[in-house]
Design a binder for this molecule. Structure first.
Ligand code: HEM
Length: 396
C-alpha cells in the first residue's frame, strides 16, 4: 500500500527494445538503475525494476507482482500463453510445477550425466582436431540438440531442426508491440502446430519429460491445455537459453585469457565461470509481472494493475550488489545471480543446463590452453533473449 510520502516513478524515454539497445544494452541498464528504484518507461508504458534488490524482492512477492496475466509485454502473447506455468500464480502454479519438478529433479537428470560428460569429451576431442570452429553451432548447441531434445522427447524427424528457430521467434513475440514482435507470429503458430500435430503423446520418445507431462494430464492432475503449454515452455525455455549461456561464456573466456588460465589451473572454477557467463550476458534478459495493488518501493509508487518489467539482466550488473559488475571474474561464483529467475518461478532446468555447461567447459579445460576469437561474433537482436548466432573461435 502507498503512504502519503510516496512519489511517482521517474520517467524515461529509453527504449530497451530498439535495435541499438538490444545490441548493446549495458549503458541503458546503468542509466536506468541510476535513475531510481523504479522507472516508468514511457515508450511502452512499462514500469521497470533494474536494481538487484528490487528485482529479487519482486520475484519473491508473487502475490503483489503476479504472473497470472502473463509475463510477456503485449496483450496478444499474454492471452495465448494462458495455461502456461510461466503465466500462473500459486496455488495452480504449484500443481503444474510439480509435474515439471518430477521430470527435472536432479536425481533423474543425473542419470544422464555420464552420457552428457561422455558426449562433451568426444565433442571437444573433435574440436581440438579441427582447431577452428563455430562456438555456437559446433560447441554450445550440440548437447541441447543431441541430448535435451531427446530428454524432452521430441520425435527424431526433420521438424526437430526447426524448433530452435521457432522458439527464438516465440521469445521475440513476448516483447512489446512492434515490428520485431509482430513479424515472428508465424514462428509461434508453427511451434504450436508442431506441438499439436507432431509432438503428440503417441509420437514422443518413451520415458521422456513429455511423456511425464501427458501422463499427468491423463491422471487429471493438469489439463490438456496445461500439458500442451508445458511442452511449449520446454521447447522455448530449455534449448536456446542453454545455447546462449554456453556460447556467451565461451565468448567471455576468449576475451579474458587470464581467467581461462586460472580455470585450467583449477578446474573447480568451471561451475562459477558458467554462472559468471549467465550473470554477465543473462540469456533471458527480462520478463514482466502485473501489480495486484499499489506497490511502494523505496518511497516510489507503482499503481495497481501496472505492467512491470523485471530485468534480470540489469540486476545482474548492479554495482550495488556485485563489485566491478562488468568484469568477468572466474573466482566470483555468483550463485545468487537472478539469471535463472528467483522465487516460485525460478528455473527448474538450472541443474540440467549447468550439467551441460560444466561438462563442456570441463572437457575444454582439460584440453585447450588457449581460446581465441578469429572474427567478430554475429548477433540477431531478440526482444527477450541474448545470445549469439555465430562465434568464430580457435582453440589450441
Ligand atoms: C542457461 C540456461 C537457462 C536460463 C538462463 C534459464 C532462465 C530462466 C528464467 C530467468 C526463468 C524464470 C522465469 C520467470 O521468472 O517467470 C526460467 C524459468 C523456466 N525455465 Fe529456465 N533457463 C535455462 C534453462 C532451462 C532448461 C534447460 C529448461 C528445461 C529443460 C528450462 C525450463 C524452464 C521452465 C519450464 C521455466 C518456467 C518455470 C515456472 O514458471 O515455474 N530452463 N528459466
Amino acid at each position: 500500500m502507498t503512504s502519503s510520502t510516496t512519489t511517482s516513478a521517474i520517467e524515461s524515454d529509453i527504449d530497451l527494445f530498439s535495435t541499438e539497445a538490444l545490441h548493446d544494452p549495458v549503458p541503458s541498464y546503468r542509466t536506468l538503475r541510476d535513475l531510481g528504484p523504479v522507472v516508468h518507461m514511457t515508450e511502452h508504458d512499462l514500469y521497470g525494476l533494474f536494481r538487484y534488490d528490487q528485482v529479487r524482492a519482486a520475484l519473491v512477492d508473487w502475490e503483489g507482482f503476479s504472473s497470472a496475466q502473463g509475463i510477456a509485454m503485449n496483450p496478444t502473447a499474454n492471452e495465448m500463453s494462458d495455461g502456461s506455468l510461466l503465466s500462473m500464480d500459486p496455488p495452480r502454479h504449484r500443481a503444474v510445477r510439480k509435474v515439471l519438478d518430477d521430470a527435472l529433479r536432479p536425481k533423474y537428470v543425473r542419470q544422464v550425466a555420464g552420457n552428457i560428460e561422455h558426449l562433451a569429451d568426444e565433442l571437444v576431442d573433435d574440436l581440438m582436431r579441427r582447431e577452428t570452429f563455430d562456438g555456437v553451432t559446433d560447441f554450445a548447441a550440440k548437447l541441447p540438440v543431441d541430448i535435451v531434445m531427446d530428454l524432452i522427447g521430441f520425435p527424431r524427424d526433420e521438424q526437430r531442426d526447426k524448433i530452435l528457430v521457432w522458439a527464438l521467434g516465440a521469445f521475440n513475440y513476448f516483447g512489446p508491440p512492434g515490428e520485431r514482435q509482430l513479424s515472428t507470429f508465424p514462428d509461434v503458430q508453427a511451434l504450436m502446430q508442431y506441438l499439436v500435430t507432431d509432438a503428440t503423446p503417441d509420437k514422443l520418445l518413451p520415458d521422456s519429460f513429455g511423456q511425464i507431462v501427458w501422463q499427468a494430464a491423463d491422471r487429471g492432475e493438469i489439463t490438456e491445455n496445461e500439458a500442451l503449454m508445458t511442452m511449449s515452455a520446454y521447447a522455448c525455455a530449455g534449448l536456446d537459453t542453454t545455447i546462449a549461456g554456453v556460447a556467451s561464456t565461451l565468448w567471455l573466456l576468449a576475451q579474458n585469457p587470464d581467467e581461462w588460465t586460472a580455470i585450467r589451473q583449477d578446474p573447480k572454477l568451471v561451475p562459477g565461470a558458467f554462472l559468471e557467463g549467465v550473470r554477465l550476458e543473462t540469456p533471458i534478459q527480462h520478463f514482466s509481472r502485473v501489480t495486484t495493488e499499489d506497490k511502494e518501493i523505496e518511497g516510489v509508487t507503482i499503481p495497481e494493475g501496472a505492467r512491470v518489467l523485471v530485468s534480470y539482466a540489469a540486476a545482474n550488473r548492479d554495482e550495488r550488489h556485485y563489485p566491478e559488475p562488468d568484469r568477468f571474474r572466474a573466482d566470483r561464483n555468483p550463485a545468487d545471480t537472478v539469471g535463472f529467475g528467483f522465487g516460485v518461478h525460478n528455473c527448474p532446468g538450472r541443474t540440467l543446463a549447468s550439467m551441460e555447461a560444466h561438462a563442456l567447459f570441463g572437457a575444454l579445460a582439460k584440453r585447450a590452453s588457449t581460446i581465441e576469437l578469429t572474427g567478430e561474433p554475429i548477433r540477431t537482436p531478440n526482444n527477450i533473449t541474448r545470445g549469439l548466432d555465430t562465434l568464430p573461435v580457435r582453440i589450441s
